[in-house]
Every structure is written in C-alpha cells, then in structure tokens.
Design a protein around this ligand. Structure first.
Ligand code: 3H9
Length: 707
C-alpha cells in the first residue's frame, strides 16, 4: 500500500527570482510547530539559493496567519520557538516581504513585522490580540511595533487587542503599501519586483530608532499606566505589555527581546492565561450544538417581535442590526408608538456616541414596521415574543401566533423563567416552539440562551443557532427548567449572598468582595440597577412552590415594601441622591438588616472577603454541577460561557467551572461539606461533584475537548 505524503504546511515556489513561501495550515494558518519548522527551513534555504533575490510570505485560504497556535499553550514548547523564527526572517540578507490578506494577528503580525516590507490588501485585519488571552506579543511584537509606529499607537493596539484595517495600518505605518486588488499574491509579487528594481535591500525593523520622540513615548507610557489601572484592574498581562514597551524605548533590541520573553513566560504560566484561553475555545465550542450538525437551518428573511418594552425594543434593534426586517406588534397605538420611540432612542444613542452614522440609523429604521394586529405576522419566518413575564399572557400570545403565522414559522419566546414546554403545548405546532432568551440590553449583550423544549424539532434549534450567529451573539444551548442555566445560577448566587448578609456581612462588603474577585458589580449593585421589584415579583411568584424547609431571607422584601427598588427610585440597597448612578451605603438599610437578624434570632458574625467569595462561588459551582448533571447545560463549558457573557463573571477566570477546576474539585467539595453542617438543604453537594472527586476527574473531562 502506498502512503501519500501530506502536503507541506509551508510551500516554497520560485516565481522568477522571488521565492514565495505560502503557509497553508487550515483553518487559520496558526503557527504550529510544523509551520515554524517549515518557515525556518524555507528562509534558510532561500538565503543559500543564488536563484533567489527576495522572499515573499503569504497565507493560503482566508487569512495570512492568525497567530501562535493557541492549542499549544500549556504544553511543553517544541523548537524552533516563534521568536527565533522571527529573528531569522529579520536577519535574512535578502529582502523579505509579507503580503497580508485576512487576519494577521498576534504571532502572525509579528512574522510580518520581522519581514522587511509589508503590503496589505483591503479587508485585512491586523492586530496584537494577545492581551485577550492573558498574554503579550511574545515574538518581538512589543519591541518591533513601537519602533515602527511609536509607543502610543503600539500600546493602543497591544492593550486593546483590537484589529486595525489595512487602511488604518497603512496610516499608522504598520504596513508600507496598500494593495489595490484582492489578489494578494499578484499584489505581493508586483511589490517585491518594484522593490528589487529600486535596489531596495533587507531592512530589519530592529534597526529603527524606538525613541524618535522621547517625550511623546514617555507620555504614552504614563497614560497607558493610568488607563490600565482603572480599565484593566486585576489583569496581569497589560502591566507586562507596558513594561516591555518601556524596555523597547530604553534597552538595546536584544535585551528588550529577552525581557519580553521573560514576561511572556510569566503570562503563559498565569491562571489568567488559562482562564482566557479556556474562554476563547469555549465561546467557539458552544455554537456547535448537536442539532447544528444533525439538521439544516430554515431560512430566516423576516422577524416579528411582540412587545415594545425595553426587551422587545432591544431585540428589535439586535435583529435590525443584522440587516433583517422587523415587524413589531403592540396592543394599541400608544404602546406601539412607545415601542418605536424606544427603538429610535437606542439608535439615537448609538449615533450620539459615534458608533454608527445617521445614514446607518436611517437604513436600520427603514427595515422597521409596527402594527397593532397580529395579522401583520402572517408572512414572517420567525416571531420572538417579549411580553410581560406571565404564563397566561404568554399563552394568549401563542394562541394568536398559532392563528396567524404561516406553517413552518418559528415561534420563539424570550421568557426568562417560565416553562416553555407548557407554552409550546398551547399550540398545535410544538415542534416550532423554542426559547430565545436575550439579555438586557439585548442589542449589546452577547449571550443568547437557546432554550430547547422537549418537542421542538432539530431544524428549529439549528435555525436558532444560525440566527444567533447572524446577530453576532454567543448562543448557549439550555434545557427547560426554572431560570434555565443563567438565572437558575443567579438565584443561588443571590441566595448565598442573602444568607451571608443575614448572618453578618453587609451588602456593601459583599459587593466589594465580588468586585475584587473580578465582577464589574456586586450582587446588590446589580439588584439596584435591574430594579428590586423584578426579583420581588419572581419571589412572590415562587412563594407557593418554595420548599418550606428552605431558609428564606426577607431583607430584600422589606426594602421593596418601602418602594426602594434601586436606582430608578433613588434608593435600594444603596442611596442614589439626585439620580446618581453610583450608590452610597445607606445606614437605614443597615438598620433594617439588623432588625431582620434579630427577628430571625441570628447573632451576626464577621466574614472575611475571601470567605464571602468562597461561599458565593461554592454555591454557584454546586448548582452548576446539578445543571450539567440534569442535562440543562450540555457541558461545563456551556455554563462558563453563560456566566461570562450574561452575568459579568470575570472572563479571565474562564467561568465558574474552569475556576472550580483550577481551585481543585476536592477543595470545593471540602468547602461544601463544611457549609453543609450549617444548612444541609442549600449546601448539599451535587452528586456530580462527589462522583468526579471520587474518580479523581475534573469538570474539563466532561467538555469533550482538549482545550
Ligand atoms: C500569539 O500569537 C502569541 C505570540 O505573540 C507569541 C508566541 C510566542 N490557534 O474564530 P473562528 C481556530 S497568541 C489555534 O471560528 P473566524 C478556532 O478555535 C494568538 N486555533 O473563525 C476555530 O477552531 P474550530 C494571537 C485557532 O473566521 C477555527 O480556528 N491570535 C487560532 O470567525 C476558526 O476560528 C489570536 O488571538 C489560533 N491562533 O475568525 C487570534 N485562531 O473550527 C485568534 C483560531 O475547531 N483567532 N483558531 O472551532 C481569531 O481571532 C479568529 O479565529 C480569526 C478568524 C479572526 C482569526
């Protein structure tokens, strides 16, 4: 039997006297060990080959190079390392040109920066996104970028991780030439020939003067330090990016490179890197629900949205932004006018902030129509209901949808808690009914829980995922239960916080501890922002089915009874004098908490911030394990993505399940056993955690990925 040799990931083809090195390593030409080896060997061969006058590096497929191979992080590095490959390219005595199309990111851009000349065609995206993975550019990026474009622009790219367009890259000086067509090979070859004809020689970036404008560079470093202290609080790699950039200004190139390498390895070892890389892969993995493989999505060309409140309007904007027409239904003209005004307000805000142009707003609104008659939905492909959270109201809506919608239309509910199986049962087409749970503001928040009731057909679920992709959302598949994945976990998080509050911690201490942990806001700040009345209504709704043995903390109810619903009423857990958005602690709230403690016969005790975090996280991890065990979430990583994208869980910790794995599940179980002594009902360890600890396994083992 003959065995075919696999095509090389780096091919060398001589075009006249120009050697074209093409990287062909799908899906994104990441710089795996094979690519590094191939590039190094090819550049060395080019150096020795008298027939080669210059080298052109291009990427095959849709991208130049998307960066280092992220799957290799955390594994022992195999030589040649990327910095060595970049240095070898730069040291080539013949001109080396990079011709960029698609993504040139991270190590991919670093390869281009090590080349002597750069060309980019329209549509190219250039960036140093390592910071989003808890890293810094580790193959010369921190040293070469400031030399090419100055410290301020380099820091902006490295600290934001954003992608610059080809045009911006040319303006910055990151590339020398803009291609005029999308034929990257042709453009690249023409550019190389032009350089050769002009007698242009190899031009190592390391030779550039990093301190062309010392005062401006210093000012940029100082500004970056200040900005990072507030915007990237708790993050490790931004600080290292700034230090490495400073080294580019003050140290000889090779010393700067050595420092960059040291910092890179420190970042690589950090738990933040592990958390962020987990988040990167998990965000991509969630989109691959089984139904997306098993079924073909139905086409969606028009969407109906029922309800013009905050949620309905936000959903309408999200759909309009995806280029689809929206028909909004409201019960009367006044409500419809309010809904339309709400949509317009969102666009006005975007125009005012410079996020979109007035023309883009007009184009989006031209796709919007409203009606007070359900008949207007007769031809739409998908309807999303976002009316008041009440089963009778929802059922009435679905009865109407049943009447007016064409066969094959998908009927979606945006319910946050209600039983979608029950809603589906009111129609004769339960196979078309699905949950699309958006998060407010719906045009901003990335998370979309795709809630899968028992009788829905696979192609409807596949359509929901396809639709999420069009809306640029991160879809997570969830099963039906009270609160699905996210709100079910939010409920235990809040309950654990309430127990701590009644037992002695102040809401302000709890909020501070959770902010220190990495949440943008503590749980009580969130209540005040969302409106205490919302949770109050949910608690009242659940009261009849609440387990009578379960401990129930009434503090929040006492505040709601006084009409203290948070920011919108000027006070909640915090005081908001004169419409302030940042609250101040309220001594009256503390007095109410004291009264409630006395009423419940509790002698308050003090808690350290560390214990507060431990208890809240244990509660969430434990319930999350139940959510996975019951199949409500497909895998632990689905829980992680839900909390990171919908609930402010710090991305650099990966999500609660990744965090639990990093703590060690045995450690989590030991905590649960301790807390169980106080309240056996609330803290009962999930059988899944017990089983995993017995097997010496972790949550990651259930993800079915190696990432
Ligand atoms: C770095 O470079 C460090 C250096 O400075 C120093 C080193 C010493 N590696 O996103 P997509 C996979 S750090 C491995 O769905 P798109 C991805 O998982 C790196 N795999 O496509 C997915 O796999 P699957 C800095 C990667 O078209 C598939 O490719 N670079 C990598 O929407 C398609 O991805 C970055 O951070 C990778 N580097 O977007 C760039 N990248 O099919 C990260 C992607 O199994 N990548 N995959 O699910 C991106 O931003 C986007 O993938 C990109 C394409 C814009 C390129």
């Amino acid at each position: 039997m003959t065995q075919s040799t696999p095509a090389p990931v780096v091919s060398s083809t001589l075009h006249g006297n120009v050697l074209v090195l093409a990287i062909d390593h799908p899906p994104v030409n990441a710089l795996s060990v094979d690519v590094r080896r191939g590039l190094l060997a090819a550049i060395e061969a080019a150096e020795l080959d008298a027939a080669v006058a210059a080298v052109l590096i291009v990427g095959a497929g849709r991208n130049f190079i998307a960066g280092a191979d992220i799957r290799e992080f955390g594994k022992p590095p195999l030589p040649p390392l990327l910095p060595a490959v970049c240095n070898r390219i730069e040291a080539c005595s013949k001109p080396v040109v990079a011709a960029i199309h698609g993504a040139a990111l991270g190590g991919g851009l670093e390869i281009a920066l090590a080349a002597h000349y750069r060309l980019a065609v329209a549509g190219a995206k250039l960036g140093l996104p390592e910071v989003q993975l808890g890293l810094l550019p580790g193959a010369g990026g921190t040293q070469r970028t400031p030399r090419l474009i100055g410290a301020a622009a380099a820091l902006d790219l490295m600290l934001s991780g954003r992608h610059a367009s080809a045009e911006e890259a040319a303006t910055l000086g990151l590339v020398d030439r803009l291609g005029t067509s999308d034929d990257v090979l042709g453009e690249g070859l023409a550019y190389v020939r032009e350089l050769l004809a002009a007698g242009s020689a190899a031009r190592p970036t390391r030779a550039a003067d990093a301190l062309a404008d010392e005062a401006a560079s210093r000012a940029a470093i100082d500004a970056a330090r200040k900005q990072t202290a507030s915007r990237s609080r708790g993050l490790f790699s931004p600080l290292k990016i700034i230090e490495a950039t400073e080294a580019a200004l003050t140290l000889p190139f090779d010393e700067g490179l050595a420092l960059e390498r040291k910092f890179f390895l420190e970042c690589l070892e950090s738990p933040q890197r592990a958390g962020l890389v987990h988040a990167f892969f998990a965000e991509r993995e969630v989109a691959k629900a089984p139904e997306t493989r098993a079924a073909t999505a139905r086409p969606i060309a028009s969407v109906g949205v029922i309800g013009g409140g905050t949620m309905g309007a936000g959903i309408a904007v999200a759909v309009l932004d995806a280029g689809l027409p929206v028909t909004m239904i409201e019960r009367d003209d006044a409500a419809l006018a309010r809904g339309k005004a709400q949509v317009e307000r969102v666009y006005d805000g975007l125009v005012a902030k410079g996020r979109i142009s007035a023309d883009a707003k007009a184009a989006a609104l031209a796709r919007f129509t409203g009606s007070t008659s359900y008949d207007a939905l007769a031809q739409v492909d998908l309807v999303i209901e976002a009316v008041f959270e009440d089963m009778a109201v929802k059922k009435a809506v679905f009865t109407e949808l049943e009447r007016v919608c064409k066969p094959g239309a998908i009927l979606a509910t945006n319910t946050s808690y209600l039983d979608i199986d029950d809603i589906a049962a009111t129609t004769s087409r339960p196979a078309d009914v699905v949950g699309l749970h958006f998060f407010s503001p719906a045009n901003v928040m990335k998370l979309l829980e795709v809630v899968v009731p028992a009788r829905v057909s696979a192609d409807v679920v596949a359509t929901a995922f396809e639709f999420a992709k069009r809306l640029r959302k991160v879809p997570v598949r969830a099963g039906v239960c009270d609160g699905f994945i996210g709100n079910r976990l939010l409920a235990v998080y809040r309950t654990a916080a309430d127990y701590l509050m009644e037992d002695g911690a102040s809401p302000y201490q709890i909020d501070r501890a959770m902010r220190e942990f990495g949440y943008p806001m503590g749980p009580y700040q969130v209540v005040d922002l969302a409106g205490g009345d919302i949770g109050w209504a949910a608690r009242k709704r659940r009261a009849p089915t609440r387990d009578p043995r379960a401990r129930y903390v009434q503090i929040a109810d006492r505040l709601c009874e006084r009409g203290w619903f948070g920011q919108k009423t000027g006070r909640g857990f915090y005081l908001y004098p004169e419409g302030a958005r940042t609250g101040t602690p309220d001594p009256e709230v503390e007095a109410i908490i004291d009264e409630e403690r006395q009423r419940a016969g509790i002698t308050p005790r003090s808690f350290g911030d560390e214990e507060i975090v431990r208890r809240l996280m244990c509660a969430v991890i434990n319930e999350a394990a139940n959510v996975v065990r019951e199949g409500i979430a497909l895998r632990p990583l689905d829980v992680d993505v839900t909390l990171v994208h919908g609930y402010g869980f710090p991305r650099y910790r990966g999500g609660p399940m990744k965090y639990a794995d990093m703590l060690g599940l045995a450690h989590v179980l030991a905590d649960l056993r301790t807390f169980e002594q106080e309240d056996a009902l609330f803290w009962k360890p999930s059988p899944l955690i017990v089983e995993l600890v017995e097997r010496g396994a972790d949550f990651a083992s259930l993800n079915g990925t190696d990432a």
